[in-house]
Design a protein around this ligand. Structure first.
Ligand SMILES: O=c1[nH]cc([C@@H]2O[C@H](COP(=O)(O)OP(=O)(O)OP(=O)(O)O)[C@@H](O)[C@H]2O)c(=O)[nH]1
Length: 592
């Protein structure tokens, strides 16, 4: 989840976290921010005595950390990121600043000082907006700090040493980690907990509001005076503007916005009041740009970037380029886009897959969606390019109708099978367990492709025999999707065309991702055939043929849940209450 419009404002920017702290990284990624991690090489050795307050020291250190990364990246790539975030956490007690302990004795000194007392934890944060033009780097710094009070219990020497021996204190400010074992030392906390852990997320989000979401016109209360210039006073979601360091109102924000509402295109209005521009349409811009993200993902998949990195990552762009046989510059850019999309991670050692990418975007593996991605790239992309003619001429005339696709050619068919197999492997268990089908003994998966759903049904219901019914040219390739010698129990494949051939007998028919692809008259025809073939189930409620009108609820259900399977049976499908279930006039139950 992304807390739009706050964190979402940074989604299309190249954001870098200039920190080696795993805690900061976790806090920010859990908030939905997409960023690269480039740890700062700035040596934390500023003269503490030179600062008027402890937090001024933390802010300056945070700033120096971020500036070092921004200028290093600019020198290296001649392309600085858009935003660099630096942070520094310190503990203060009795006028002393405590940072990370140098060794166990140092940790002991720190923890003994904190024992039984209340102390302050400050995190200074710097958000740097970079802009490189003609080889010059311009940086605009926004900085703030947050304070949290933490009180330690009275702790015994033994406990302190036990804690120190756990090793936890060594990379933590003040020598403890409140989020882990160190939490046992703490009696109470006043203020932002995450600030103690290393990053004041709440204050950070308020800062983003201030920077990226200028107040709307209706939030601005105008004050007019005869003799002095008009003044805009406003309250925005953030109350953080008060008393903060850095972010002056005239400071330029990103997207050409200033932190304060700038004059509108018309300039001052006739009353001398400054016109606010309309809200920045960032969600709309995201929609306009969305196709680029899909295409970048498709391209990285096609070039096997995720396979290469799964096997050999982390790798530098130049090595990935060699392995995928592409240009270094193009590969570097594609990799950076994948980082921004949350598919890759970038560290000092190079690019690596995120867990998501290794699981779903590499071509091998039980959860791979590689085939599904390829199908979208090669087929759906083209079909959607033709959306305008589909709208003009009606969907029946559009390209990509099931009659033409995917069985036109062997390659296309295999591609389609790979796509469906990947997706079904991922969803089969949920579909199979969405209803309690344990009372049934026979089922037929119409258009069941490689049998991925049928296999799960047979596995889940030990009394159920499942028949997969699909075109002969599909059945012919099924074995290539399963391990050699695969002979599942209670599962068999029958070749045939569900519009022409007799349907296998069953108490239950499964139509998964079928109906949505056909015109109403064809759906009517197919459901009528199913209704005629359907054997009485164990809890027979109806006799005779269902009245399969075009607006049968089953079809409506599928339109609502296009990826779900449709199960038709003349018996009692006792599904969980939240599932859709409707009964037609003759008692046949339609559940999607
Ligand atoms: O309760 C906790 N208190 C503090 C921490 C962690 O302590 C460090 C603070 O060190 P610093 O701000 O200098 O950051 P570094 O880890 O050195 O990384 P940089 O590369 O950003 O300098 C920080 O990691 C906190 O998360 C804690 O975990 N719990």
């Amino acid at each position: 989840m992304v807390l739009s419009p706050v964190i979402g404002k940074l989604l299309h920017k190249r954001v870098v976290l200039a920190s080696a702290s795993p805690r900061r990284r976790e806090i920010l990624s859990q908030a939905g921010l997409r960023f690269e991690v480039v740890p700062s090489r700035f040596k934390e050795k500023l003269d503490k005595a030179a600062f008027p307050t402890p937090y001024a020291y933390a802010i300056e250190t945070a700033k120096q950390k971020a500036l070092e990364v921004a200028s290093r990246m600019h020198q290296k790539d001649l392309r600085a990121p858009d935003v660099v975030i630096g942070a520094d956490t310190i503990v203060t007690i009795g006028g002393l600043i405590l940072e990370k302990p140098a060794d166990k004795q140092d940790a002991y000194r720190m923890l003994s000082r904190l024992n039984g007392k209340e102390h302050s934890v400050f995190t200074g944060v710097a958000i740097i907006h970079c802009c490189s033009e003609d080889g010059q780097l311009d940086m605009d710094v926004c900085e703030f700090h947050e304070e949290t009070m933490v009180k330690f219990s009275e702790l015994s020497e033994d406990l302190l040493w036990e804690y120190i021996d756990s090793g936890e204190p060594m990379d933590k400010a003040g020598g403890y980690g409140i989020q882990a074992l160190g939490g046992m030392l703490v009696e109470c906390v006043r203020g932002d907990f995450l600030n103690v852990v290393g990053f004041p997320l709440n204050h950070f989000c308020k800062k983003l509001v201030e920077l990226y979401c200028p107040p709307r016109r209706e939030d601005v209360q105008r004050v007019k005076h005869e003799s002095i210039p008009a003044v805009d006073t406003f309250e925005i979601a953030s109350d953080a503007a008060q008393g903060d360091e850095g972010c002056g109102p005239s400071r330029a924000g990103v997207d050409g916005h200033s932190g304060q509402a700038p004059a509108g295109p018309q300039g001052p209005d006739t009353n001398g009041l400054v016109e606010n521009p309309p809200p920045f349409p960032s969600d709309l811009l995201d929609l306009i740009d969305g196709f680029k993200a899909s295409k970048a993902l498709f391209t990285a998949c096609k070039l096997k970037v995720f396979d290469v990195l799964k096997e050999e990552g982390p790798l530098k762009a130049v090595d990935v380029a060699r392995k995928i046989n592409a240009s270094v510059c193009g590969t570097g850019r594609l990799l950076d886009v994948c980082v921004a999309l949350g598919l890759l991670e970038k560290t000092d050692t190079g690019y690596g897959n995120t867990r998501l990418a290794s699981r779903h975007l590499a071509s091998e593996g039980a959860c791979s969606l590689h085939g599904f991605v390829a199908y979208h790239d090669e087929h759906a992309w083209t079909v959607f390019t033709d959306l305008e003619s589909a709208v003009r001429q009606g969907p029946q005339a559009a390209a990509g109708r099931p009659e033409e696709d995917p069985s036109q050619s062997r390659d296309r068919r295999l591609r389609f099978m790979r796509a469906m197999h990947g997706l079904t492997q991922l969803t089969a268990r949920q579909v199979a367990t969405a209803f309690d089908l344990s009372r049934f003994t026979s089922a037929c998966d119409l258009g069941g492709c490689t049998g991925a759903l049928a296999r799960e049904l047979a596995r889940e219901y030990p009394r159920l025999k499942v028949t997969v019914f699909d075109l002969p040219e599909v059945i012919e390739h099924v074995s290539s999707f399963h391990p050699e010698g695969w002979q599942p129990e209670r599962l068999h494949f029958v070749p045939g065309d569900f519009f022409k051939d007799d349907l296998p007998d069953a108490q239950l028919y499964v139509l998964s991702r079928i109906l949505h692809d056909w015109a109403d008259d064809r759906v009517h025809e197919l459901l009528s055939r199913v209704s005629r073939s359907c054997k009485p189930g164990p809890f027979l409620r109806c006799s005779g043929e269902a009245d399969l009108s075009i607006d049968c609820p089953a079809k409506a259900g599928l339109q609502l849940l296009p990826t779900a399977g449709l199960v038709l049976g003349n018996g009692d499908l006792s599904e969980p209450p939240h599932r859709r279930r409707e009964t037609d006039t003759k008692g046949t139950q339609w559940s999607a």
